[in-house]
Design a protein around this ligand. Structure first.
Ligand SMILES: [Fe+2]
Length: 400
């Protein structure tokens, strides 16, 4: 609700592309999750707010039944925003009552899943609203410029890129018995890694501009075949939200269009662009396991949702590995696949992750729109390789 506070009623209905859902839909769907998987199942005498909402705000759960086409979520002008707010209130009140009962561990696990689900949609509200407002030729800002942002961002220069080395070995990866995890983070298992090096920080706008000025988008030898087709059919010649005015590059941010800050991490690139950039730089993207092994000792801290910046920031300090958490999701070279002996969660929520394990790549580390308590070293995000409307960026890797 706080993230939606800067929006007009009309803004709540924006769906510029099928991938991006209207904010009103996010508000309703996260509520639907609690109503459908908890209250309707486990709270005696619970009366649903509206019987039609069970299918209306279903995202992709075949076990729950039919739902409107994802690309047409913007047609749901009814229920209106006030009704959706009333729906949230109804379900929130029932959840408070529900949580005062003596609930078994399986039910409590579902509550925690519902909270983590809502956190994922918090991030989506930011990225989807950003995309919807940008699609308007007026390029309206999502919110006012924060005074604090100017004081804490905009490092005068980015730290020198250095390479951190990791030895070969058999490493345990994945999550097990360490608090909440999504089913796709386990089982924990061993992987062999050869010696590798990771960049000490994210790739910057300056470095990406160098790639562009070197003809990166017109050198077929740098691109995967699908990527080459993708940049041509979409006429991509720069990251999403970049525009050139009077010879100067600018980019659209949650605060409107701003001059491109060369020291900031490059953001809103597809897997294809990340992969081509890495090849141009005589490097590659890390595998998801290299990233996890490198990140595991680090505390989860960084430019996450709570900083309020909602934009990646430059780093000046030469920490061992800067920007692991927050700023941008880091594309890895790993296909999104099940770990050995993966078992989806039981029940309808088994559809949460497992059925998407095809044609997507893994991203790690969270972004400036990810809640801090949501992310961890074993967390596996996934998107198709052409996606770039999330806060997605690049950390280079190399063999040793
Ligand atoms: Fe969802």
């Amino acid at each position: 609700m706080q993230l939606c506070a800067p929006l007009t009623v009309e803004d709540h209905g924006l769906q510029p592309v099928p991938d991006a859902s209207p904010a009103k839909w996010h508000l309703a769907h996260t509520t639907w999750f609690f109503e459908t998987f908890l209250l309707s199942e486990y709270l005696k005498d619970y009366r649903p707010f509206h019987p039609a909402f069970r299918s209306l705000f279903n995202s992709y759960y075949n076990a729950v039944g039919d739902r409107p086409l994802r690309a047409l979520r913007h047609i749901l002008s009814r229920p209106g925003l006030d009704d959706v707010h009333a729906y949230r209130e109804h379900v929130n009140d029932a959840m408070v009552q529900f949580l005062s009962l003596d609930l078994g561990p399986e039910v409590l696990d579902l509550v925690v899943l519902g909270i983590n689900h809502e956190q994922q949609h918090q991030e989506l509200i930011v990225t989807d609203v950003k995309n919807g407002l940008w699609a308007n030729p007026l390029r309206p800002a999502y919110r006012q410029t924060l005074e604090a942002r100017d004081a804490t961002s905009g490092a005068a220069h980015s730290s020198q890129l250095e390479w951190r080395s990791f030895g070969e070995g058999v490493y345990a990866v994945g999550c097990e018995g360490e608090g909440f995890m999504f089913d796709n983070e386990g089982p924990r298992h061993d992987v062999y890694l050869g010696p590798f090096r990771l960049a000490s920080r994210l790739a910057t706008n300056a470095e990406y501009l160098e790639f562009m000025r070197d003809g990166g988008y017109s050198k077929a030898e740098l691109w995967l075949s699908d990527g080459w087709d993708c940049i041509h059919s979409n006429q991509w010649t720069a990251p999403l939200y970049w525009e050139q005015r009077d010879g100067e590059w600018r980019s659209y941010t949650v605060e409107g269009v701003k001059p491109l800050d060369l020291n900031e991490p490059v953001c809103h690139v597809s897997y294809y662009e990340a992969d081509a950039f890495a090849r141009w730089a005589s490097a590659r993207l890390p595998t998801e396991f290299e990233w996890e092994v490198a990140a595991r000792p680090s505390a989860v801290a960084g430019n996450l949702l709570e900083t309020g910046a909602l934009h990646p920031r430059a780093v000046e300090s030469a920490e061992p590995l800067a920007q692991l958490f927050g700023d941008v999701w880091e594309w890895t070279g790993s296909a999104y696949l099940p770990y050995p002996n993966f078992k989806p969660a039981t029940g309808a929520v088994g559809e949460y992750n497992g059925k998407f394990m095809c044609n997507q790549m893994v991203l790690r580390g969270g972004s400036c729109a990810t809640p801090q308590s949501h992310i961890r070293a074993t967390y596996r995000n996934f998107f198709p390789p052409h996606a770039r409307w999330q806060f997605m960026g690049i950390r280079l890797a190399n063999g040793d």
